[in-house]
Ligand binder design. Structure first.
Ligand code: UDP
Ligand code: MG
Length: 324
């Protein structure tokens, strides 16, 4: 059995060496005990620092050439990096891991055990100890909201640290959409899944690439890429407003008939006009988001471009087999 470890790396020069050492130690121990062989697939997501030369050095120094790297022409984002890693992974099982050692390599053993028990996805679920309170609360509120809205089930604390069986990986690779929201894609794929709790380690070196704005946009992506319910909600809101307007009109006409015509206030008029304009903008925004997504999808641009690699050409690209 071969297990592939996929590691997206963006400006990780400070920690990538230590990550490699720790993961290799753990996997060699496992190999000695259980005979599970491994390969490491690093994806350099257009780093501006020394990440790529370090990866190349690690690959050159690997006596059994189990270290592969794929380097992007620029930063395409973690989703693209994971996709590239999954495409290049040859393993019977694949584990996606962050390069910053926030995902403890010691968990690999238990993940493999659970995979051996027949689970196609073994998902590591982090506890939120050590996180800032604001982020914990925001995350909790977000998951409550999103699970009411989307069709797949998303779990708080579950990230991209997970083991996927070969058939789960192949299923994920079949999903060729341009806007990738992996949490949702993994959940969409299904197959027997189990979770495994772990204590989140604080990032030791380097900086998290997530700002509040990025998180917010990521959250919106999650909402929008998994269903068309916001469109339906916009429609409902529109209908509700039409009903309210009709009732209000009826009331005005009724009052005029009973009491004779009086002069209606301009405040009512202004408030109604601005409120309606706001609602229309929101609806237009919702529709626009979907149109924007369609725009990107129909272009069918590649998810990433490779600048340098020591890995073979992957089996699949854009859902089609690549022929040399
Ligand atoms: N990453 C990436 N491309 C990006 C941003 C991040 O490949 O554009 C990688 C990064 O190197 C790390 C992982 O994704 O291995 C998680 O990133 P980070 O630690 O910044 O996120 P956090 O752990 O704070 O969610
Ligand atoms: Mg991190």
């Amino acid at each position: 059995m071969l297990i592939s470890i996929v590691v997206p790396c963006f400006n990780e020069e400070e920690i990538i060496g230590r990550f490699h050492a720790r993961v290799t130690t753990e996997l060699e121990r496992l190999e000695a005990e259980t005979g599970t062989e491994f390969e490491l697939v690093y994806v350099d997501d257009g780093s501006h620092d020394r990440t790529l030369p370090l990866l190349q050095e690690m690959a050159d120094r690997d006596p059994r050439s189990r270290t592969r790297y794929v380097s992007f022409s620029r930063n395409f984002g973690k989703e693209a990096a994971m996709l590239a890693g999954l495409r290049h992974a040859a393993g019977d099982a694949v584990v996606v891991m962050d390069a910053d050692l926030q995902h403890p390599p010691e968990l690999l053993r238990r993940m493999l055990e659970l995979h051996g028990e027949g689970f196609d996805q073994v998902v590591a679920r982090r506890t939120r100890t050590g996180d800032r309170v604001t982020r914990t609360l925001a995350a909790r509120a977000y998951y409550r909201l999103i699970n009411r809205l989307v069709d797949v089930e998303l779990v708080d604390g579950v990230g991209d640290f997970r083991l996927l069986s070969r058939r789960a990986v192949d299923a994920v690779l079949e999903l060729t959409e341009y806007n990738r929201f992996s949490k949702g894609l993994f959940a969409w794929v299904g197959f027997p899944t189990t979770t495994l709790a772990y204590e989140n380690a604080a990032r030791e070196r380097g900086r998290s690439k997530w700002s509040f704005r990025k998180l917010l946009n990521y959250g919106l992506d999650g909402l929008l890429s998994f269903n068309d319910r916001p469109l339906r909600a916009a429609l409902h809101l529109g209908l509700l407003l039409v009903a309210l307007a009709a009732a209000y009109a009826a009331w005005i006409v009724g009052a005029a008939l009973v009491k004779g015509v009086d002069t209606p206030g301009y405040v009512t008029l202004l408030v109604t006009v601005t409120a309606l304009a706001g609602v229309q903008m929101v609806m237009l925004g919702v529709v626009g988001e979907y149109v924007g997504r369609i725009y990107y999808e129909v272009k069918r641009r590649p998810h990433f471009l490779v600048k340098a690699t020591n890995a073979a050409v992957p089996k699949q690209q854009h859902g089609e087999l690549v022929r040399r």
